[in-house]
Design a protein around this ligand. Structure first.
Ligand code: HEM
Length: 488
């Protein structure tokens, strides 16, 4: 591999001999053998990579043991890498292997034709027509969340936003995609989230581990993961079995499946569209996982900004009052499109606190990035958050300013490059759950504004960032108080 300062790089031929090679790139000095591994903590990896970009520029190198990586924070390059998938770039092979070991090789980690087949099913299941017809059920689930928060308010108990919002998001995805009403928001005792919770941190740990020790021995956390995955398998297999029985009892459903699960089972039975049982299990889990932390953490980060900016909370509340009153929550789909300030507010929260601040990818062939020859399979860490927090892309970028999303383009004087705003990724693999996520965010936040005053459970303590595959707030505990009824 070209790490030795050699300028000719066979993959791109003589004509490209002016290109830099990996060894020419700047980057943080590391130690022999281990490289930079002891300079990072997994929980704050994104921040360290962002800080290093300040010092080493838009393309630099990092090494964790034998794993060489380049870190890129140039918007055009990041867009290109996202766009040129699945042909020229892919998600990392490490992620694919680790996810496959857990039985989770679904649409998020699949590549090539496998990916395309799975992607089509997922996109169809999450399209606007399905979201519209699902909306009534979303309203029911939001009502359960409101009652849960009212009970906490009446008892004076703090609310763990992470836990409650993950119950909400999993209930939504399960009902929409699997046709199952988990109702974990009103369930006491064990719920599926407590097992799903173990998966993202384990993925994050394993894909960044310098050595796959778990293939040789299990630590306590690996045994805990095995147990959690076993529980998830039991529950998901049962749900799949019930869906198969429904289709057997009513074969006509195959032509008009009611949800993702019925659609993928029906497709399995059609000659040529081969989904294995493992594909079905992996994709059910993928949808539950992909929709859980991401949406819940985005809502939690947005609430953190409400706590920091009461003036914005007041404005979002007036807007929600005007659109929803006398109802206490959104109850018609069209209302979700009439909350421009709320939209601006959560877009600004996603700009500064995207739950996926880094994307890890690999070129499937030798390539060039910013004048440097990058051999096939080199890990590329794309700093998606950093490009959205640079003054050249968003004016006064460090400032939380929802107004920037409301200014008419013709009247703009500050940079506002929405191409550098990638909370849902970009290109052919961008998040297919984006519209569902935004629907949930609007519904929950409007309900919060209409019904509650909110304050931190530990006054003065803002939420902090913790990366565990997604970027989540640490200890996001608040106190809800019922809003004075006469104000509504
Ligand atoms: C605020 C909430 C969400 C955020 C910020 C988010 C973000 C992302 C990001 C950054 C990606 C990678 C995109 C890329 O590689 O370009 C992704 C992929 C994906 N997301 Fe989301 N997501 C959210 C909610 C959801 C929901 C609700 C679902 C479905 C229930 C979902 C399903 C998926 C799937 C299936 C993929 C894999 C797509 C593929 O590889 O083709 N996401 N999401």
């Amino acid at each position: 591999m070209a790490g030795d300062g050699r300028k000719e790089w066979l993959g791109l031929g003589e004509a490209r001999s002016e290109l830099k090679v990996y060894g020419d790139l700047g980057g943080p000095a590391g130690l022999p053998i281990v490289g930079n591994i002891f300079q990072v903590r997994l929980e704050t990896l994104h921040r360290t990579l962002e800080d290093w970009a300040d010092r080493h520029g838009p393309l630099y190198r990092v090494r964790f043991g034998t794993i060489r990586m380049v870190v890129v924070s140039d918007p055009e390059t990041i867009r290109r890498i996202h766009r040129e998938r699945p042909g020229r770039f892919r998600r990392t092979r490490g992620l694919e292997l680790v996810a496959a070991e857990m039985g989770l090789k679904g649409v998020f980690v699949a590549e090539g034709d496998d990916w395309l087949r799975q992607r089509k099913m997922v996109v169809m299941a999450l399209n606007t027509a399905h979201l519209k017809s699902f909306f009534e059920k979303l309203v029911v689930i939001a009502g359960r969340l409101r009652r849960r928060w009212e009970r906490a308010a009446d008892r004076g108990e703090p609310v763990d936003l992470g836990r409650d919002l993950m119950r909400f998001t999993v209930d939504v995805t399960a009902w929409l995609a699997l046709g199952v009403d988990f109702n974990t928001l009103e369930t006491r005792g064990p719920v599926i989230q407590q097992n799903l919770d173990k998966v993202f941190p384990a993925l994050h740990r394993r894909i960044n581990a310098p050595f796959p020790y778990w293939r040789y021995f299990r630590l306590a956390e690996d045994r805990e993961l095995d147990r959690a995955l076993g529980e998830v398998r039991k529950q998901v297999d049962e749900i799949i079995g019930e869906a198969r029985a429904r289709l057997r009892a009513d074969p006509e459903r195959r032509a008009a499946p009611a949800n993702f699960l019925e659609a993928i089972i029906a497709a399995q039975e059609v000659k040529g569209a081969d989904f294995s049982d493992a594909d079905i299990f992996a994709n059910v889990c993928t949808l539950l996982l992909a929709g859980e932390d991401t949406t819940a953490n985005t809502i939690a980060w947005t609430i953190d900004y409400f706590l920091q900016h009461p003036e914005h909370f007041a404005r979002a509340r007036s807007e929600a009052d005007a659109v929803l009153a006398p109802a206490t929550s959104i109850d018609r789909f069209e209302q979700t499109g009439r909350l421009p300030f709320l939209d601006a507010f959560f877009h600004e929260a996603m700009r500064l606190k995207p739950v996926a601040p880094i994307a890890s990818l690999q070129p499937t062939e030798d390539t060039e990035i910013l004048g440097c020859a990058i051999p096939k399979s080199t890990i590329i860490m794309a700093l998606n958050r950093r490009i959205a927090t640079r003054d050249e892309n968003f004016g006064d970028a460090a400032r939380f300013d929802p107004e920037r999303w409301l200014v008419d383009d013709a009247e703009r004087i500050c940079p506002h490059d929405t191409g550098a705003f990638l909370p849902f990724g970009a290109g052919p693999r961008f998040c297919p759950g984006r519209n569902l996520a935004m629907l949930q965010i609007r519904t929950v936040l409007a309900m919060l504004c209409r019904n509650f005053d909110v304050e931190r459970a530990e006054p003065g303590r803002a939420f902090e960032e913790r990366l565990a595959f997604t970027m989540m707030p640490t200890n996001p505990r608040v106190r809800m108080k019922r809003r004075n009824a006469t104000e509504r």
